[in-house]
Write a protein that binds this ligand. Structure first.
Ligand code: UD1
Length: 339
């Protein structure tokens, strides 16, 4: 299968490119390099031994997508990773988030459908649920749009609605909505990984920066939650497992609309994640308890049974695989791709 990866040079896109190439598929990356580096294409070549084409351009622009299809198509499928993803920033820049995260879908759909794609796989998020009463989250019911706390999550849910409406009038099209939980980890080579710009917002890259000495201490945001050790519980999923979920979704794609949770279903606390990272590093890391972060839930985790039953996919890797691979990546690339 020949697959266009929009946002393919980003963190999840790059790992998915490896998984697809290793499964014998062909990929073309389209990325505006807004939050990643062109170096990723070289790293993918090193990992897979396959030449990798990266088109630098914006997936929100029909003309760019059209040129990509003309030069590198036909494609059987599009996987759409190209989005702004910082929750806090989305509350400050809602218009940027809605415009970017929706215009990219519109352009990819318009051009892709005109060229006869058979499948459209969309990067959605576990934050479309977020009602603690529903734990563990199944695919059955997303939260009402107005109840979601931020424009990032809303932009993802609006995309899901758009895609469902388009699929309804395009019955031969497969639309697969993949709802990611907390992707962490890196390819075992240490050549690709998460490279957030500035001070990371998310726990794993923050811990990695403390471990490598570029940040002074970890802030544990609240230790008085109603959880076994008082810290927040999340469903961290190794990005390599997540990438394989995309391969399974593409290979099993049938006409119709379908959604899958991609997570492990095993919640891990902030303290457990830090302890696992400390084991990988071989020493204790400086940490302090800080106030709860506004908007955080005590616990989020999914029921991943549907993906197992229908795609034959389930997460294989555990928290120690996640932390040790991040440590390998961080040591080899202490300043990310600019190292
Ligand atoms: C965040 C995003 C979510 C996105 C996900 C991707 C928010 C509110 N949500 O989820 O939309 O899909 O990342 O992985 O940003 N924590 C600390 N110290 C830190 C950072 C985090 O203790 O420095 C704690 C948090 O309170 C939480 C856990 O670690 O309990 C995980 O936080 P984080 O990695 O930011 O992910 P989420 O908030 O779950």
């Amino acid at each position: 299968m020949r697959v266009l990866l929009a946002g393919g040079a980003g963190y999840i896109g790059a790992h998915t490119a490896v998984a697809l190439l290793e499964a014998g598929h062909e990929v073309i990356l389209l990325d505006n390099l807004d939050n990643t580096s062109a170096v990723v294409a070289d790293r993918l070549e090193q990992i897979t031994g396959t030449p990798v084409t990266l088109v630098v351009g914006d997936a929100t622009d029909d003309a760019v997508v059209e040129r990509t299809f003309s030069a590198h198509g036909p494609f059987d499928a599009i996987v759409h990773f190209a989005a702004h993803k910082a929750v806090g920033e989305s509350t400050q820049k809602p218009l940027d988030y809605y415009a970017n995260n929706l215009d990219s879908t519109f352009a990819l759909l318009r051009v892709g459908l005109a060229h006869g794609i058979r499948s459209f796989v969309f990067s959605s998020t576990g934050t479309v649920y977020s009602n603690p009463a529903d734990l563990p989250f199944t695919e059955a019911g997303t939260r009402d749009l107005v109840e979601l706390s931020n424009p990032y999550s809303k932009s993802k849910l609006i995309n899901e609605v758009v895609l469902a409406d388009v699929q309804r009038v395009t019955p031969d099209l497969n639309v697969t909505l993949l709802r990611y939980f907390n992707p962490v980890g890196a390819h075992e080579s240490g050549l690709i990984g998460e490279d957030p710009r500035g001070i990371p917002n998310n726990l794993m890259p923050f811990v990695a920066r403390v471990a490598v000495g570029s940040l002074p201490e970890i802030n544990v945001f609240g230790d008085d939650y109603d959880t076994p050790d008082g810290t927040g519980l999340r469903d961290y999923i190794h990005v390599v497992d997540l990438a394989e979920g995309h391969v399974a979704a593409l290979e099993k794609a049938q006409p119709g609309l379908v959604s899958y949770n991609l997570g492990t279903g095993r919640p891990v606390s902030v303290r457990e994640l830090i302890a696992s990272f400390e084991k990988a590093v071989g020493r204790e890391l400086p940490k302090v308890v800080a106030p709860r972060r506004a908007g955080d839930l005590a616990a989020t985790y999914c029921d991943p049974a549907k993906a197992d039953a229908e795609l034959g996919w389930k997460a294989r890797l555990g928290i120690d695989d996640m932390t040790s691979s991040v440590w390998t990546w961080q040591q080899r690339n202490p300043r990310g791709y600019d190292s």
